[in-house]
Design a protein around this ligand. Sequence first.
Ligand SMILES: Nc1ncnc2c1ncn2[C@@H]1O[C@H](COP(=O)(O)OP(=O)(O)O)[C@@H](O)[C@H]1O
Ligand SMILES: [Mg+2]
Length: 326
Amino acid sequence: MAIVVDKLEALPPKGDDFCLDVRKDVVNIVNLKNVLSRLRILPNSTGSTARCAAVQFKDSKQQVALKMFKQCDEETGHRFMEEARIAVKVSDHPNVITTSLPLYRSEKEGFIMVIELANGGDLWDYVFQSKPKPEYELRGLSRQMVDGLSHVHGCGYAHMDVKLENFVVFVNADNSKTLKLIDFGLAYGLGRWQDRVEMDCSGAAYYAPERFPLQPPLYSPQEAYFCVQTSFDVWGLGICLVVMFTLQYPWDRADITKDIRYAKFQEWASHFRYGDASRESAPEIFQCFSDAWLDIFVSIFDEIEETRLTMAQLRSAIDRPDSIYD
Ligand SMILES: Nc1ncnc2c1ncn2[C@@H]1O[C@H](COP(=O)(O)OP(=O)(O)O)[C@@H](O)[C@H]1O
Ligand SMILES: [Mg+2]
């Protein structure tokens, strides 16, 4: 059943002054295909709620990406408006994708967000589907990832779904690459509380341990939740860096009770922190890194959020001239 757009409630959480008005900001159109001359569904965009397409408008010939939410029910409408609100709010940065207004809704295609189109696909494809990249290039990409994400943090949100597929690549005229952060579907206000939940999704390898449920017994009801902090995204970025620099995932999920590779890393890191373990005894995937970068990864993958490496520290680490590799 189609939803009545006007019935959506106001979405901004308390204390946030930016909001979208469904009457003003969502335009109803009859059939998307009437206004488009081309529509190509993008590879890797077969998510459960939305799919993305590269399109060209008939009149302006403008090429953009559309993120289309298949369903038209009220719950999808809320999620769409919340994602769009954050996406528009964080749009003003060279390393964050620009999402424009108005938003659209059509009977046939559901809710539609209009986004600038990246001409180089997403970062996962770029890293895995073309030849290995030199360190200086990967370092430049990492810097852009930190900068885009720091902007989102500065706007008061954690992205909560940092992974290679959520950065897109713009190939510039001189063949240099600009990365932009996309997909604010899981973004959440800093300082708010979220449930720790069991999950089996594509992003789980990037999630910090605080997101996974603690083993019972729980000693207080608060242990069922975690506070959303920038440190959650630092962890996700850390996984991105390991994957970019080694072309391997270090573990499937950051849960010592369920993932032996992760448990082994934490066991080794607990000794390395106190100078009791060497690089040679590190899990194999980490052995290619310099001692200085092993320190950095141990600090990124610190299970205690308060002592985890900060975004600013990660930015200065990337700027250091010494090699990431041993
Ligand atoms: N603006 C864009 N330009 C090019 N490709 C994009 C763009 N936005 C999304 N994509 C592609 O579509 C995929 C899914 O988009 P995303 O917004 O992450 O949706 P989901 O919420 O389903 O993960 C991305 O991983 C990327 O491959
Ligand atoms: Mg995504």
